[in-house]
Design a protein around this ligand. Sequence first.
Ligand code: GRF
Length: 186
Amino acid sequence: MASGAGSNFEALVAACQRGHLAATVCQLVVNNPGCGAEQRALRLGVPCTIHDHRSYASREALDQALIASFQATDVDLVVMAGWMRIVTQGLIDAYPERLINIHPSLLPSFRGAKAIEQALAAGVRLSGCTAHLVSLEVDTGPILVQAAVPVLEADTVESLSARIHAQEHRILPLAVQLAAARLELI
Ligand code: GRF
């Protein structure tokens, strides 16, 4: 599941292709037509389905459509790889222990959409990223993997984002591997 650039989606595909993750990325769903993630899926040959949230009457209706897409390809695990929508209990219940999110902070610090801005404003000297199982409250749920990065004096949103992204691309495949192993899927 992706909404934006899709670099985490591509990192998962690459980890599978390199044999670092014993999985197959069988489909991508996006909510923003034409987003970078959709373009990457085209280039990588991963089937992509667009579920534009503006076409659904409610969050619940969108999530039910997502579940139908996932069931159509019989997926074992679902990854919110930069999914910028709040998910509902229906989706969480459809994939218990199987719905993973990646967030650009060391949770439980700096939840929400502007995590990197919040970290800079707070003046922390360490930040990072968290891959976790999804609970109903935004950016909460059991933590699978975290990575820390330094926050430098001269950092901007862009420079700190780049440092965190590099770590996200490393820990997200690890988190998928861990979640799958726990469920004895691999
Ligand atoms: C990442 O920073 C992720 O933590 C957050 O959204 C961003 C997505 O980046 N949830 P990308 O689209 O994978 O490049």
